[in-house]
Write a protein that binds this ligand. Structure first.
Ligand code: 5GP
Length: 114
């Protein structure tokens, strides 16, 4: 049985995707179903299923992901206004159980609290 998530298959290049950036700890891809003009997914290479399962040993990875968000916001010239979302758990809308950060910017459809 194949237990790999879709993101694991993307990381291992088993399936193609629009890779924006890659380093030893993470990849950044465009979301296949964008909810904003810019919708990127920042994905650690380590298959942490969800944020609530991250541990102290993941400190470097978690910090790295946040810095990559900042880098991407500057790369795409949206550093003045963007949202970062992490869905944790099925009831919160998580569909892929490999931790990922959504970076959304532009005229997005989100109705977040002001
Ligand atoms: P979640 O709902 O788990 O927070 O987010 C999963 C995201 O992954 C969704 O926004 C969905 O559109 C995106 N996604 C699912 N499958 C693929 C895929 O094969 N390629 C890309 N680029 N994004 C995907």
């Amino acid at each position: 049985m194949d237990n790999k998530t879709i993101f694991q298959k993307i990381i291992e290049k088993e399936i193609p995707s629009d890779i924006i950036f890659e380093d030893e700890l993470c990849i950044v891809i465009k979301d296949i179903n964008p909810q904003a003009p810019l919708h990127l997914l920042i994905i650690p290479k380590k298959p942490i299923p969800k944020l609530s399962e991250a541990s102290k040993e993941d400190l470097k990875i978690l910090g790295h992901l946040m810095l990559i968000v900042g880098n991407m916001s500057r790369k795409f010239d949206v550093d003045d206004a963007f949202n970062v979302i992490i869905n944790n758990g099925e009831k919160a809308g998580q569909t892929v159980f490999h931790l990922h950060l959504h970076l959304l910017a532009g005229n997005n459809k989100l109705n977040l609290p002001k």
